[in-house]
Design a protein around this ligand. Structure first.
Ligand code: A2P
Length: 344
């Protein structure tokens, strides 16, 4: 089997670290791995599975001889450096939002739309974490019942805001327990005007607002990316909320379908969906919760129930470690799928 020269861009970040783990755990066939980050991290050593990697500074010349790069260093970094990687012949799997809605860039959740990979021109986008998790959970239901509309509320962990988000939750929790006022520096959005405490709190803002329509950018990612992944005009209304969970996103999802819901068939489909684990034992209070699945690549679905008033509607509760299925695992899975399809 061919082995690939791999680079991870943003390797010292919350997602980048998981990308390295996923390359090993999910047997991406590598010959070498180059870890890239900012000049601040250059020279740092990362020990993993008996290997010592030395982090290098990302530059325009980092991609000579690299076959595949996994990116998660922020949209502006992808925008600036990825054209050099494409020019060097490297295939790029990008976890940032920068290229996601570009019509020339496939936006892929492998179990939903792997067919789109064949149209790539050196860049494949990994969707937004909340969107991947929802799309994976809904894929088989959509195939059979034809989803027309989704209303979703998210309960998103602080790790979605990177290492700084996690640090903020730890620090503020300690400040409050010590009887001090919590200091907010990062959330809801580092680049926005105001910051609010996340410890013992919920913040109804993930990313900045689009002042034209009153939704946040995170919410609009769910709206637009869902349509692109499913390749159809599903109506989506999203409310994204940051909650004081360290890692793992949860979503309350309500769907309306063209065909009437057969709930027993929905249970069958969910128990047979690739990458989905169904929990259907409410009598024994069995349902998925975020803290149970840290480091796990599956999408966990529970609380599945038909709407009381609408034959064509259904609610479900979806949980996944967004650093894994929502980011690092999905990216590496795209790479493995491309090899399987002979595209790499
Ligand atoms: P560094 O650790 O050197 O700052 P997170 O979202 O978890 O904070 O991670 C962001 C990742 O993106 C980190 O690996 C970070 O590296 C990297 N990064 C940030 N700015 C740059 C840059 N200018 N060039 C390369 N990598 C960057």
């Amino acid at each position: 089997m061919k082995k690939y020269k791999v680079a991870i861009v943003g390797a010292t970040g919350a997602v980048g670290r998981e990308m390295l783990r996923c390359v090993f755990q999910f047997n991406f066939p590598f010959e070498s791995i180059k870890l890239l980050a900012s000049a601040r991290s250059a020279g740092k050593e990362v020990e993993f599975e008996g290997h010592t990697f030395v982090v290098e500074e990302l530059t325009e010349n980092s991609f000579e001889g690299i076959d595949v790069a996994f990116w998660s260093a922020g949209g502006s970094i992808s925008e600036k450096y990825m054209p050099y990687a494409v020019k060097a012949g490297c295939v790029n799997i990008d976890n940032t939002s920068h290229f996601r809605m570009d019509p020339d860039v496939p936006l892929v959740v492998p179990e939903v739309n792997a067919y789109a990979l064949k149209d790539h021109h050196g860049i494949i986008a990994n969707p937004n974490c909340t969107t991947i998790i929802m799309a994976s959970a809904l894929n088989r239901i959509n195939e059979e019942f034809d989803i027309e509309r989704i209303i979703v509320s998210t309960y998103q962990a602080v790790s979605g805001a990177g290492v700084a988000g996690m640090e903020e939750l730890y620090r503020q929790s300690q400040e409050i327990l010590d009887g001090k006022d919590p200091v907010a520096k990062t959330l809801p959005c580092a680049s926005d005007k105001k910051h609010f405490p996340i410890a013992f709190n919920c913040i109804p803002q993930v990313d900045k607002f689009d002042l034209d329509n009153s939704f946040t950018k995170e919410e609009m990612k769910m709206v637009n990316e869902t349509k692109k992944i499913f390749n159809k005009d599903i109506k989506v209304n999203a409310t994204c909320v940051r909650v004081p969970v360290l890692r793992g996103h949860s979503e309350s999802v309500y769907i309306e379908t063209k065909k009437p819901i057969d709930i027993n068939r929905v249970f069958e489909l969910l128990s047979d969906s690739h990458g989905v684990h169904l929990y259907d034992d409410i009598e024994n209070q069995v349902y998925p919760m975020a803290t149970e699945f840290i480091g796990d690549e599956m999408v966990h679905v529970g609380r599945v129930r038909k709407d009381l008033d609408n034959e064509n509607a259904l609610s479900l509760w979806v949980v996944s470690d967004q650093l894994m299925k929502g980011a690092a695992y999905n990216s590496v899975d795209i790479g493995n799928k491309m090899i399987e399809l002979g595209l790499l």
